[in-house]
Design a protein. Structure first.
Length: 342
């Protein structure tokens, strides 16, 4: 992180006078941290952009060693469309990159995330070109050409770019992930949550989304693809891990349950439930796998919990998941010890 970040911390401490911030200060804070920051300010909470920005960087640095791409079938199709889009329009992104010293593949991913690569929209927030912007940021000139609007949008985030030392040839995971999160706003980081804007379609993100300004729904799952999987799909991030497009595997889905990221109960569906049912079938508790946590799966879980002395609630958290894995390991050991009679 640059020395400018340290100076920002000092300035923040010196200027905390308790007086009401001006509209200009509101705009600057909102640009750096998103709408959630303004709500926190209005609620009387102190906001330190510099320290939160560096905290976001450290969070992404911690995610890199274990990240896995885990796309749904719908997300996989979306990534494939993005790859085609990049090949067809890379020259336009390169043109903007040359003017802003920003990574062109990151620009393309931001554009895809904001408007599915629609060149008739502002890169700022996806509103239509040629008209005054409605969504934030809406304090911008009216542009009629996508490239001009894109350059303006990225220049509005120049502070973030400078803090991260982000340049056209940057491929560092943490720098790209932090820039993407700050571009959308740091509301998720403020809540201690992983941003779907950055990670949807990869292992750090499971659920939770701002469905409206300052309205966070912890159960909403973002069906789009995050910036990191998008940039990774066109080889725009250098890391030891494979960031090429990959479908969500049963193993990765089950890891989310085992490590407490996801709680399974009646009424849910998806790959995590399918992984659970696969294990229950291996243990002899169910006969079929459909990916739906219905009454049959609930009964099977309650039977398992009863057999192994667990709380009988029909819900699968990390505790029940751990016992399932122990039971599977014991079954495997017993199967290996049985004599092979021909």
């Amino acid at each position: 992180m640059s020395s400018h970040l340290q100076q920002q911390n000092q300035n923040s401490a010196q200027s905390n006078t308790g007086t009401q911030s001006s509209d200009a200060e509101h705009d600057e804070l909102q640009e750096t941290m998103g709408n959630a920051a303004i709500q926190e300010m209005l609620n009387g909470h102190t906001i330190d952009p510099a320290s939160i920005f560096s905290g976001a960087y450290n969070n992404h640095k911690q995610q890199e060693p274990s990240i896995k791409i885990a796309l749904t079938e719908s997300q996989m199709r979306n990534v494939q469309l993005f790859q085609i889009h990049w090949e067809q329009h890379k020259n336009r992104y390169e043109q903007v990159a040359n003017q802003t010293d920003m990574p062109p593949k990151l620009i393309a991913a931001l554009h895809w995330r904001e408007s599915s690569g629609n060149f008739n929209t502002y890169l700022h927030q996806g509103d239509p070109l040629g008209k005054p912007a409605v969504n934030w940021p809406n304090n911008i000139p009216v542009f009629h050409k996508w490239e001009d609007a894109a350059i303006h949008a990225l220049n509005m985030k120049r502070y973030n770019q400078q803090e991260l030392s982000l340049q056209k040839d940057t491929t560092n995971f943490s720098q790209i992930a932090t820039y993407a999160e700050a571009y959308n706003g740091l509301g998720y980081h403020n809540r201690g949550k992983q941003s779907p804007y950055v990670y949807a379609g990869s292992s750090p993100y499971v659920s939770g989304k701002y469905v409206a300004d300052s309205q966070y729904d912890p159960h909403h799952v973002d069906g789009q693809v995050g910036v990191v999987p998008l940039v990774g799909s066109v080889d725009g991030i250098q890391t030891q891990h494979d960031l090429s497009p990959q479908l969500l595997s049963l193993e990765t889905a089950w890891d989310r349950v085992s490590n407490g990221q996801k709680l399974l109960k009646r009424g849910m569906d998806g790959m995590e439930v399918k992984a659970l049912q696969t294990h229950l079938k291996d243990l002899g508790y169910i006969e079929s796998i459909d990916g739906d946590f219905g009454p049959g799966t609930e009964r099977a879980i309650k039977d398992f919990q009863r057999d192994f002395g667990l709380t009988i609630d029909g819900i699968v958290g990390s505790g029940t998941a751990a016992e399932i894995m122990v039971a599977l390991q014991n079954k495997s050991t017993q199967d290996q010890q049985q004599p092979n009679i021909n």
